[in-house]
Ligand binder design. Structure first.
Ligand SMILES: *Cc1c(COP(=O)(O)O)cnc(C)c1O
Length: 421
């Protein structure tokens, strides 16, 4: 039996309608931007395996560091104990993110990094005896699948079944030249209840790769600070080079109070989440009163092997070749985007750094569930490319080690799909 056949007997997959989905492709190994199935067919991983991989698959440096760590210390409870990989990772991470960030809180994925951020803000006000319990988020936001993260995400087909149980959030439009003053007025009107504003900086990923300008986000951050509303930058997707700079917040003049990281943090090797905050927020939890403790933690908080993977990934991330690759992909995307702009099958093309999003012209069918999405997905898979459209939006966000030949093949196949489908 193939892996795929055995899988179908015992496994329930995420975001998958098990009755109608095509059987999963069994992958046995990866190298660079390629994933190989049981027959040895290469699939170019054009989406970095759910946006997590940045240096390519099974990278030997990360593999060696993980193996080394496993033989030294695989895990230790992180309350009352600490270890070298966690300390070093916190030190090095604080050295490269905006310099108002002073403390690192570990968890184990992007959703939990968001949960922690939200709890920090809500409990800040609780600890100070205040009454701020509401949160501002963007329409079309996506911050994860746990209940708190879901609550601050767009209400959509993903959340329908749980809607009554999600707490109320004030959803605002993406800022632009026309609405920025209205948005500020909206925020000011609610300031006495508002604990924080959570956002995906520059690009709303799962919401459809929706992009907006740093200048208007800067204005919103400044305005929130004026009104004593904390700002949370969810860099789970945008962190570690995706947007062309190390972090999306590096495109801003003003700094958020809290930041969330996961996906690229370990180079896409292991599950790890990080929430960082300012000294000011941290200080609100210091007290003789034990009830002011941040009561949050996970069994695998700061797992040493995951921290070692993140450190190894950071070794690679700070090498000059990584920045060069990011720039190479950015420029290559830019040339392809220009070419696509003229194309009649394309509604819009959007780019932020290494992320290129192509909105297919469809007439009416645009939902996540449209047949076009499935047709495109299968078309690319047959061509040996993993692209996973969000509705009619095809996006490319490859590992930074992807070769020019592989990129060109992806572009050519997309042009072919535009002609054929
Ligand atoms: C993927 C994602 C999350 C959730 O991360 P998980 O590790 O999948 O829980 C949160 N925020 C953003 C912006 C994301 O893209």
């Amino acid at each position: 039996m193939t892996l795929s056949e055995r899988d179908l007997k015992v496994i329930w997959h995420p975001y998958t309608q098990m009755q109608t989905a095509a059987p999963p492709v069994g992958i046995v190994r990866g190298e660079g931007a390629c994933l190989y199935d049981e027959e040895g067919k290469c699939y170019i991983d054009a989406i970095s395996s759910w946006w997590v991989n940045i240096h390519g698959h099974a990278h030997p440096h990360i593999a060696a560091k993980v193996a080394e760590q496993l033989q030294k210390l695989e895990h230790v409870i992180f309350a009352g104990f600490t270890h070298q990989p966690a300390v070093e990772l916190a030190e090095r991470l604080l050295g490269i993110i905006p310099n108002n960030q002073r403390k690192v809180f570990y968890s184990d994925n992007g959703s939990t990094a968001v949960e922690v951020a939200i709890k920090m803000c809500l409990q800040y006000w609780y600890n100070r005896g205040g009454q701020r319990t509401k949160i501002i988020a963007f329409k079309n936001a996506y911050h994860g699948d746990t209940f708190g993260a879901m609550a601050v995400s767009a209400r959509s087909a993903f959340t329908n079944a749980f809607e009554k149980l999600l707490f109320d959030v004030e959803f605002i439009e993406l800022p632009d030249q026309d609405n920025i003053e209205d948005l500020k007025t909206q925020i000011t009107a609610l300031k006495n209840e508002m604990a924080c504003f959570i956002f995906e900086p520059l690009i709303l990923g799962s919401g459809g790769m929706l992009m907006y300008e740093a200048a208007y986000l800067d204005e919103l951050i400044v305005h929130c600070h004026t009104e004593n509303i904390f700002t949370i930058a969810d860099e789970v997707f945008t962190g570690f080079g995706r947007t062309g700079k190390a972090f999306a917040c590096d495109h801003l003049k003003h700094q958020p109070d809290i930041m969330c990281f996961s996906k690229g943090l370990t180079g896409g090797t292991m599950a790890l989440g990080v929430t960082t905050c300012t000294q000011h927020i941290y200080d609100a939890f210091l007290s003789d009163d034990r009830l002011k403790t941040l009561f949050h933690g996970h069994s695998f908080t700061a797992n040493p092997v995951a921290c070692a993977a993140a450190l190894a990934s950071m070794d690679l991330f700070v090498e000059p070749s990584t920045a060069q690759n990011i720039q190479r992909i950015t420029e290559s995307h830019r040339r392809f985007a220009l070419q696509l702009q003229e194309h009649q099958g394309v509604k819009t093309v959007r780019q932020t750094g290494t992320i290129l999003a192509i909105e297919w012209e469809t007439g009416s069918q645009t939902s996540y569930f449209s047949n076009l999405r499935d047709t495109l997905y299968q078309y690319f898979l047959n061509a040996g490319i993993i692209l996973r459209p969000l509705g009619n939006v095809v996006y490319i966000l490859p590992p930074y080690c992807i070769t020019n030949e592989q990129l060109d093949y992806i572009y050519r196949t997309i042009l072919q799909a535009l002609k054929t489908l």
